[in-house]
Design a protein around this ligand. Structure first.
Ligand SMILES: [Zn+2]
Length: 426
């Protein structure tokens, strides 16, 4: 199963100074900042990037650059990585109809260069029960139009039919209709808010209906506890930003390891710093002057750095962090103070950054577990993405080995069986 990272402009300043917290002088964030795949090159950290139409600004510098150079050049994506385009149906979920027209989306994909382009869909949500059938039929009709236009124009990318539904039977029926129309690849959408058990049921029903020769992409899902199922079901690809975003969006699961996770240590900027990204913590509790806060902040950072270098002690670092922590106003996803300090202790004690060996952990050391500004938080997200991808590669290897151990006969047999599980047409 391939893994695509949805694009949310997750780039870092390669020359960021972690000691002085200064970004590169006069840098241009589009020209100079780098993506995860560039940080880890030559080790791949995903198979490609998913670009959503609704996440792409209509105007502005990014749009201009993408229009001028195309996606691949804009992302500086190596040849072995791929680009998938979709409309980002969550962006217009509350509108009665999708925000885009089929012909225009097809042209957009072809012009900006995608390897896979997904037809214009409309998510079916319980909030609009009266629109259920209309959204369902619209998604199917759009997919049929999309394929017809794609053929007429001879577009180079692989057309992907979007499938929406509300239960296993409706998903399977839509998938069957699209395969009957000629699709060899489908994208299953609208599952982000669905529980894991129902996702399993929906996907296995779709696979059983269309057979394993139809490639399936699962939109927005790379959930822990589900990845193994997806691989076993023969799902072609998935995408998810959660390994990246958990680095700063979760209260405690910020730094992922192959088994388990760690909480990042929050040392926010005591004063807002322009261009360094927002922290999840506002640092003015009103209990200390700005000058005092600045002193607590510096002491915490120095103690952590010294602990990272195996010079200072653990308790000293924790005390310094706790002293600063006491004056911070909490906001967003965060643990209660006692639990927070407990989990900080665990993070420091285990020194997971020393066991990882990825380009981020090797180059910035303990700073990868410090929750502070986008240059640390995103780098931790990069590390998480790589850790997730390495895990996925492990799953892929295990499945291949299991198939190989079935022997040549067994393998052929199972493929024949898959091919013959023909589509039940409505
Ligand atoms: Zn790492």
């Amino acid at each position: 199963m391939k893994y695509f990272l949805p694009d949310w402009d997750d780039r870092v300043d390669p020359g960021y100074d972690f000691i002085t917290d200064r970004p590169t002088y006069e840098r241009d964030t589009y020209r100079d900042d780098i993506y995860a795949h560039q940080v880890f090159d030559p080790e791949p950290c995903y198979d490609g990037i998913l670009v959503s139409r609704s996440a792409m600004a209509k105007t502005g510098l990014k749009r201009e650059l993408v229009e001028r150079r195309g996606f691949r050049t804009f992302f500086r994506l190596p040849q072995h990585m791929e680009i998938m385009g979709d409309c980002g149906a969550f962006g217009y979920i509350d509108e009665p109809t999708p925000a885009y027209e089929t012909a225009e989306v097809l042209d957009y994909y072809a012009r900006l260069g995608v390897d896979y382009g997904i037809s214009v869909d409309h998510i079916i949500v319980p909030a609009y029960p009266s629109q259920r059938l209309a959204r369902y039929e619209l998604t199917i009709e759009n997919a049929i139009d999309f394929l017809r236009l794609h053929r007429r124009q001879g577009a180079a990318f692989t057309p992907v039919g979007a499938v929406q539904g509300w239960d296993a039977a409706s998903y399977a029926e839509s998938a069957a209709r699209l395969v009957h129309e000629g699709y060899t690849m489908l994208a299953i959408g609208g599952l982000v808010r669905t529980n894991t058990k129902s996702i399993r049921e929906i996907l296995s029903t779709v696979v059983a209906t269309v057979g394993r020769r139809v490639r399936l992409h699962v939109l927005g899902i790379a959930r822990e506890g589900l990845v193994g199922d997806l691989v076993n079901l023969g799902i072609f690809s998935c995408d998810s930003a959660s390994p990246m975003r958990t680095a700063w969006a979760s209260a405690n699961r910020n730094y992922l390891m192959p088994r388990g996770s760690y909480t990042a240590i929050r040392v926010p900027f005591s004063e807002p710093v322009k261009g360094l990204g927002a922290d999840n913590v506002v640092s003015r509790g009103g209990t200390a002057s700005l000058a005092e806060l600045g002193r607590y902040e510096r002491t915490a950072l120095e103690a952590l750095r010294s602990f990272g270098a195996r010079e200072g002690g653990l308790q000293e670092a924790l005390d310094a962090v706790a002293a600063y922590d006491e004056h911070l106003t909490r906001k967003g996803n965060d643990l209660p103070r006692e639990r927070r300090l407990q989990s900080y202790r665990q993070t420091l004690q285990d020194r997971p950054w020393e066991r990882c060996g990825c380009a981020v952990c090797v180059s910035i050391g303990i700073d990868v577990v410090v929750f502070r500004g986008s240059n640390r938080n995103r780098r931790r997200g990069f590390h998480n993405t790589l850790t997730f991808y390495r895990g996925l590669l492990g799953e892929r290897r295990m499945t291949r080995q299991a198939l190989t151990s079935l022997g040549g006969e067994g393998l052929r047999g199972s493929h024949e069986q898959d091919g013959s599980s023909t589509i039940a047409l409505p």
